[in-house]
Design a protein around this ligand. Structure first.
Ligand SMILES: [Zn+2]
Length: 514
């Protein structure tokens, strides 16, 4: 048995006063023994004292283990050891391709992200996976195939209409190819262009292709406010007609008149489950979302004053909408709609319409036209009810370099504020929602539980101090209480720092049904 210093785990060995780098890939000894931890295995079972032996990228043994000669022993200091968290709805795609160190994910305990969400995926996926694997990602990456992406490939700029049968047939071929590359299933973003223009039948037809490949369906549903009940019906019907598991992305009731209806939603979902539809959901722990201005206008009627008024009255108030990025007027970034209205001397409704119009015109003129907003639309009671639903798992919906704090703080916020402070559910149950349930809800196997044979994705954290620090003003503040994170058996994060180990793997869909 060899006591192991923290420094050597970071890929460095101390020799006298010199520090010599020894490479950044493999663990330095054949096995690591994590001792003195309170173990939550991800199944929802209560904490127990146990040691965990890691050999290579797998968990070799769990229980009352005696150190062996070749073990590197790591003393967990009595902290809680859980499976690495699985983020079932991530927008880390682009950052990871640019070589991000994934600090935002690792520092909140995330070891696996699922990308290709909201109908938009890297295309083609095969080469994307290959280059990620070659470059070495800091975390594991799985992906869905975006409906909008393949719809765009087939219909080009002529997408503001239903697809023809011939076009749907082409989409099916593209989808089947992408699924063969290892995607988990089909994702849609039916509130976004181009998905919003699809007929229900188009999505069902494509979901059947995912079903035939033992894949799944995950969706940013067609409405999260005005027509949300129809949108819930749509996803339930997709599950029923295409015979595959379906997951509601970032479940929310994002309109004032819907507030307080989480119980009705859960009854609807439970009824669907009882009738044979395997429907689940993920959720992030914030009252405010981040998206584009266009989603405030589901009819895309940007010059309709009544629609703009309705958006501000019902969906998000002017002082609850912050522009996080605005190409036509970069100086508006960080300002609320109320503040911009005051600057321009117009009322909030006129200001909102002008912001959308200016962005549209900039887009047509090929000038800077990007725009994103953070908007407060949800009620805490609904968030807590949906979060506690036994089939809802936790996600971030975040980016690694985004302006919404969810990219850095979602999981730690849930553990600190929703579990420790508000007792939404127990710690073991919430850990289940972050690990084994998350894996099950997106079809990932061999991760999300601490059992012999599983991949050694692990997080060591302090239940009493874990909390998020990221805010809209400081969205990249690192969380408190995450001590160490291992990805495939390699230490990836420790004491606020990402290690040089890039031990992440591409997670492909199993080729057989469960
Ligand atoms: Zn979304």
């Amino acid at each position: 048995m060899r006591r192991f210093s923290l420094v050597s785990f970071l890929g460095l060995v101390l020799v006298g006063h010199q520090t010599i780098p020894v490479g950044n890939r493999a663990p330095l000894a054949p096995s690591t023994l994590l001792t003195n931890v309170s173990l939550l295995d991800g199944t929802g079972s209560s904490a127990r004292r146990a040691s965990v032996r890691i050999t290579g990228d797998r968990i070799a043994d769990v229980g009352a283990l005696t150190p062996r000669a070749d073990d590197q022993v790591v003393d967990g200091g009595g902290l809680t050891l859980a499976p690495g968290f699985i983020d079932t709805h991530s927008h880390a795609d682009r950052s990871l391709m640019r070589g991000s160190d994934a600090l935002g994910a690792l520092s909140q305990g995330i070891t696996t992200v699922v990308v290709g969400e909201d109908g938009s995926s890297p295309y083609p996926l095969g080469p994307h996976f290959d280059s990620l694997a070659r470059a070495g990602a800091p975390i594991n990456v799985a992906a869905y195939v975006g409906h909008g992406t393949i719809r765009g490939r087939v219909m080009g700029t002529d997408y503001k209409r239903h697809a023809t049968p011939a076009e749907i047939a082409q989409m099916k071929t593209l989808l089947a190819n992408e699924l063969r590359a290892g995607a988990l299933g089909l994702s849609s973003g039916l509130e976004y262009d181009p998905g919003i223009y699809s007929a229900r039948e188009e999505v069902v037809e494509l979901a059947k292709v995912a079903a035939a490949a033992h894949g799944r369906y995950i969706s940013h549903i067609r409405s999260e406010d005005r027509a949300e009940w129809e949108a819930f019906d749509e996803i339930i019907n997709i599950g029923r007609q295409a015979h595959l598991p379906v997951q509601i992305s970032h479940a929310k009731l994002a309109m004032k008149s819907l507030w307080g209806q989480a119980d009705s939603l859960i009854r609807l979902l439970d009824r669907a489950r009882a009738s044979g539809v395997d429907i689940t959901a993920d959720i992030y722990p914030y009252r405010y979302w981040q998206s584009g201005l266009s989603v405030l206008f589901p009819e895309r009627n940007f010059d309709d004053r009544k629609a703009a008024q309705f958006a501000l009255d019902e969906v998000a108030p002017p002082d609850g909408i912050t522009l996080t990025n605005y190409g036509p007027h970069p100086e508006y970034s960080g300002k609320t709609l109320t503040q911009i209205a005051a600057l321009t001397g117009a009322d909030p409704v006129t200001t909102l319409m002008k912001l959308v119009k200016d962005a549209e015109e900039a887009r047509k003129a090929k000038k800077p036209s990007s725009e994103t907003i953070i908007a407060a639309s949800m009620d805490e009671r609904d968030i807590e009810r949906i979060m506690a639903w036994p089939f809802a798992n936790i996600c971030t919906d975040g980016e690694l370099d985004g302006r919404h704090p969810r990219g850095y703080g979602s999981f730690t916020r849930v553990l600190g504020r929703y579990v420790r402070e508000r007792h939404v559910t127990s710690v073991p149950e919430m850990i289940r929602k972050m690990t084994s349930l998350a894996a099950a809800n997106v079809g990932i196997r061999e991760r999300g539980r601490i059992v012999p044979g599983a991949y050694a994705d692990l997080v060591l954290f302090n239940e009493n101090t874990v909390i998020d620090n990221a805010t809209p003003a400081d969205p990249h503040a690192v969380s408190t209480g995450i001590a160490k994170v291992w990805v495939n058996g390699v230490l990836a994060y420790e004491n606020g720092r990402v290690t040089p180990a890039r031990a992440g793997q591409v997670v492909r869909r199993p080729l057989t049904s469960p």
